[in-house]
Structure formats: structure tokens, C-alpha cells
Ligand binder design. Structure first.
Ligand code: NAP
Length: 312
């Protein structure tokens, strides 16, 4: 069984070593040293060169190193007939849980307002509400969003979630589709974005949706930069309707030096670090899926198989 690591990744030697260690008896090749392409049965990739996946005629599965698969599906020649498995991994989920919970608390405790007061050396005692008086709305309650929704509900926040299909999560008010969006937004004080990048989610945060949030709302984007109409976000912050935003993902990454987000007083930027794919655990997830398929297991039993029609 031959596996091809497709990308010019920064740590690809470590990835190759981890996969070899976890899949003894398998050959792990590193692109561009493909060798005989007919022998490759599993491709492991996060940002493969365009057209390269289509050159592997006997591929059984493609394994994305990231939870988001837009860097694989950007390839117009991607062989959609081959199942694509996105990364579902404990470290990734825990990392996102830590990131979102921390930034939700920062907004809940109104830290941006205190930081602005500190800059003016002003003592102004404005006591934040308690968690049970604060609502958090999560757009995207899939693998990551559902875990975060449960955790925040467990901490006492009023939690609501929005997805494409109706969900039921204990302690979480669930909304779905276009029909549920207005009500979802109207009751959301801290909005968390955990949607994938698809044609349907492009610029889903825009003038119209931002206006539906209550005045004083805040925003955390840990999904994809494509979700936000950047001009609309800046306008909403400048008007005071939205009071602060924390952004981890951007339409262009790295965020260009002259981008207005860097210097905006109400925006905090983190450089796409919310949830890192860690080699030690993620290589085990890939190895487990490959072993499962080799032993005759079906794709239905694997977490994260991409629905080609939905595109995520
Ligand atoms: P997932 O399990 O596929 O969940 C995606 C969620 O989005 C699902 O609830 C889905 O609805 C919903 N959704 C998709 N399209 C929608 C639409 N048109 N309208 C309404 N809801 C829609 O993905 P995940 O593993 O939780 O990851 C979510 C995203 O996080 C990834 O795609 C990636 O972009 C991002 N991410 C970012 C980082 C980072 O470091 N910043 C790290 C990991 C992941 P259904 O439940 O109805 O299908």
C-alpha cells in the first residue's frame, strides 16, 4: 500500500516519519517524488499543487490535513469520485474549544472596553453581566461548533446554534437554514463563525446580517475569511453597532501588511492559529482511517467524509 504526502509542507519530513511509524509495512512517498503514480492509493494533502491529484489513477481516498477542505477543493481537476476525508482530531477540537472559549470570555467580560479606558487612564466601573445573562450564537454547529456549544452551555451561557440542517443539542437553541437565520441573529450578543468556505457561505456576514444582530454585539471568526464582507464589517464597527471583532482567518492569508484590519482599534487579529493540526495526533487519525479502509471497513464509519454535493 503506497501513500503520497502531496504538499510542500513546512514539516513534511516529520509528517512522513509519523505516517511511516504509524503505518508499518506501507510505503510513504513525498511529492514531487511520486514514482509510479499507479501505485498510490492514499493521498494526504492540505494545499496540493493544482492538477496533481488527478494524476493518480488508482486513488482510494484523499485525506485532508485540515478540517477545512477548501484548499483541496480549489483544484478544478480534483477527482470528486474519490472520497475526501477532512481532519477530525482531538487536538484540533480541543484547540478550537480553547480559542473560542477564551475569546468569548474576553468579550463577555467587556475587556475591549476596559482596554480602551486603560489607554485613557480612566477609572470607570461598568460591571459585566453574569454568564446566564449573556447569549452566544454559533454559526456552524458541526464537529467543532457542537462541542463548543455544549461547553459554553455547560458554563452557563445562553447558547444558540445555526446550521444548514436542523440539529438537537441539549441546552442549545438550534436554528436552521434561511428560515431560522433572522431569529438566530436577533438573539445573539457574541457571534462565533465556524462555517466552512462554500459558495453558499461566501460573505454570509454582510450589511444585512450584521444589522440583524443586537446593537453592541461582538464577532469571533474562526471559520474562514470568505464568510465576511470586509467592508460591511468595518462599517458596522465604525458605526458602533458592532463593538469588537476577533479575526483568525482572512480572505487573503497572510493578511497583507497594509490591510485596514491590522490597525483597526476594534479588531483583534490572530494569524490563523485557532486550531492547529498537530502531527502526533492528526497522523494517528489518518493512519486509523487507512487501517480501517484496508481491513474492509466502509467510508460510512469514518468521521469527516466530505459530502461532495454539499461541498464540505
Ligand atoms: P463541519 O463538521 O463540517 O461543520 C460545518 C457546520 O457548518 C455544520 O453545522 C453545517 O451544517 C454548517 N453549514 C455548512 N454550510 C452551511 C450553510 N450554507 N448554511 C448553514 N450552515 C451551514 O466542520 P467543522 O469540523 O466543525 O469545521 C468548521 C470550519 O472551521 C471548517 O470548515 C474550517 O473552515 C474552520 N476551521 C478553522 C480552523 C482555524 O484554525 N481557524 C481550524 C479548523 C477548522 P450541517 O450541520 O447542517 O451540515
Amino acid at each position: 500500500m503506497t501513500i503520497l504526502l502531496m504538499d510542500a509542507l513546512p514539516h513534511r519530513d516529520a509528517w512522513a516519519e509519523a505516517l511511516r511509524e504509524k503505518l508499518p509495512g506501507h510505503e510513504v512517498r513525498v511529492w514531487p517524488d511520486v514514482g509510479n503514480a499507479d501505485e498510490i492509493e492514499h493521498a494526504v494533502a492540505c494545499f496540493p499543487e493544482l492538477g496533481e491529484l488527478a494524476k493518480l489513477p488508482n486513488l482510494k481516498a484523499m485525506h485532508s490535513l485540515w478540517a477545512g477542505i477548501d484548499h483541496v477543493t480549489r483544484d478544478p481537476d480534483m477527482p470528486w469520485s474519490v472520497p475526501l476525508i477532512r481532519m477530525v482530531d482531538h487536538s484540533l477540537t480541543q484547540g478550537m474549544l480553547d480559542y473560542v472559549t477564551g475569546h468569548v470570555y474576553r468579550f463577555h467580560l467587556t475587556m475591549p472596553a476596559f482596554e480602551a479606558l486603560q489607554a485613557q487612564a480612566e477609572w470607570h466601573q461598568q460591571v459585566p453581566p453574569l454568564v446566564e445573562e449573556r447569549s452566544v450564537g454559533i454559526m456552524g454547529i458541526g464537529v467543532l461548533g457542537s462541542v463548543i456549544a455544549k461547553q459554553l452551555a455547560g458554563l452557563g451561557f445562553q447558547v444558540r446554534g445555526w446550521a444548514r440542517t436542523q440539529k438537537t443539542i441539549d441546552g442549545v437553541d438550534c436554528f436552521a437554514g434561511d428560515a431560522g437565520l433572522t431569529d438566530f441573529l436577533a438573539g445573539t450578543e457574541i457571534l462565533v463563525l465556524l462555517l466552512p468556505n462554500t459558495p453558499e457561505t461566501a460573505d454570509i456576514v454582510n450589511d444585512e446580517t450584521l444589522a440583524k444582530l443586537p446593537a453592541g454585539a461582538t464577532l469571533i471568526n474562526a471559520g474562514r475569511g470568505t464568510l465576511i464582507d470586509e467592508g460591511a464589517l468595518i462599517q458596522s464597527l465604525d458605526s458602533g453597532h458592532l463593538t469588537a471583532a476577533t479575526l483568525d482567518v482572512f480572505k487573503t492569508e497572510p493578511l497583507p501588511k497594509d490591510h485596514p484590519f491590522w490597525a483597526h482599534p476594534k479588531i483583534s487579529v490572530t494569524p490563523h492559529v485557532a486550531a492547529e493540526t498537530r502531527i502526533s495526533t492528526a497522523s494517528e487519525s489518518i493512519a486509523r482511517n487507512i487501517r480501517h479502509l484496508e481491513s474492509g471497513g466502509s467510508f460510512d464509519e469514518i468521521d469527516g467524509v466530505v459530502d461532495a454535493k454539499a461541498g464540505y
